[in-house]
Design a protein around this ligand. Structure first.
Ligand SMILES: Nc1ncnc2c1ncn2[C@@H]1O[C@H](COP(=O)(O)OP(=O)(O)O)[C@@H](O)[C@H]1O
Ligand SMILES: [Mg+2]
Length: 299
């Protein structure tokens, strides 16, 4: 079932075209990472889904209802880019406050504090919290009322790798209960690859929308292979494999996925000449750059 349907949506502020002809669907339990540099249009898109910003053209449906309608709002949990907290409140008091606004019981709020791993600190004032802990309060707030759609705007920026890991564990649990999760990020890390799909925005346009493995295949970025020889044998090896000698005693090669296995066979055929092999697929950062840099005319 389609939880979020975005159909050919555009948003202009005068001459600024923030979002241009974007179509994107999310089904139940789907986790989608919306990637793009600052100014790509990610927050604008989320604000339109929330009904906070009117569309210039196109249409959006949340569970079949227009954005901003009472039912659509009730179905959405939102974690804004920067959440405003009362630093003088404890984490628990703050979440109880949000719960009251949403008409959710305190018990449920306390359960959520446990789910985001804040129980131990819930009676401390928020001003003593680290960035990661504040983000957890924000996430608990977004999960109040069991949303069918969670919109998380840059939820992992500023988090250390361990906090990111824990954050994605919570996202996984959420998706397992059927909630569709759209989370934006300005940098693709190993963890964003834990989503089902990656949508890449640049200058208001949606440039890619697929699983990470399909994006990798379609980009056809070469795999880097490094073979270690010795100072005496590196030139000979470079000539035999058709690579270039690097760092004194190694040979660097590039190969596409379909040629990888036969190249590795050729390398192992060199026997004792080979001291070590490293095979590195295109990094997530290279992949992101490939899709987010607009293609030049005629290329
Ligand atoms: N209220 C606004 N008025 C004018 N321009 C805006 C407004 N909100 C966003 N923009 C512009 O829209 C573009 C996309 O912004 P935004 O959606 O915040 O990008 P992102 O969240 O991907 O960083 C930017 O060029 C930004 O300056
Ligand atoms: Mg933003």
């Amino acid at each position: 079932m389609t939880v979020l349907g975005i159909e050919n949506v555009s948003k202009s502020y005068g001459e600024v075209h923030s979002v241009q002809g974007v179509s994107l669907n999310l089904g139940e339990g789907e986790r989608v990472a919306l990637l793009g540099h600052n100014g790509a249009g990610k927050t604008t898109l989320m604000r339109m889904v929330l009904g906070l910003t009117p569309l210039t053209s196109g249409s959006i449906q949340v569970l079949g209802m227009p954005p901003g309608s009472r039912k659509a709002r009730a179905a959405i949990g939102f974690l804004p880019e920067s959440v405003a907290f009362h630093g003088a409140l404890t984490g628990r008091e703050q979440l109880h406050h949000f719960a009251r606004l949403k008409g959710v019981k305190r018990r449920v709020a306390d359960d959520l504090l446990e789910r985001v791993g804040l129980t131990h600190a819930m009676n401390r004032k928020i001003r003593t919290y680290s960035k990661g802990m504040r983000q957890r309060v924000g996430l608990a707030q977004a999960l109040l009322g069991q949303p069918r759609l969670a919109l998380l705007d840059e939820p992992t920026s500023g988090l250390d790798p361990i906090s990111r890991h824990e954050f994605y564990d919570i996202v996984d649990d959420l998706a397992k209960t059927g909630t569709a999760v759209l989370l934006s990020s300005h940098a693709l890390t190993e963890l964003e690859s834990r989503t089902d799909r990656i949508a890449i925005m640049s200058k208001g346009h949606l440039l890619a929308n697929d699983s990470l493995s399909n994006l990798r295949k379609a980009a056809r970025l070469p795999i880097q292979v490094r073979v270690k020889a010795t100072a005496e044998t590196a030139d000979d090896m470079a000539a035999r494999l058709g690579g270039s000698r690097v760092n004194g005693a190694s040979v660097a090669l590039e190969v596409q996925q379909e040629g990888k296995v036969s190249l590795l066979g050729q390398i192992t055929g060199l026997g004792d000449l080979v001291k070590d092999i490293d095979v590195t697929p295109a990094s997530l950062e290279e992949l992101y750059r490939h899709y987010s840099v607009p293609k030049q005319e005629g290329k």
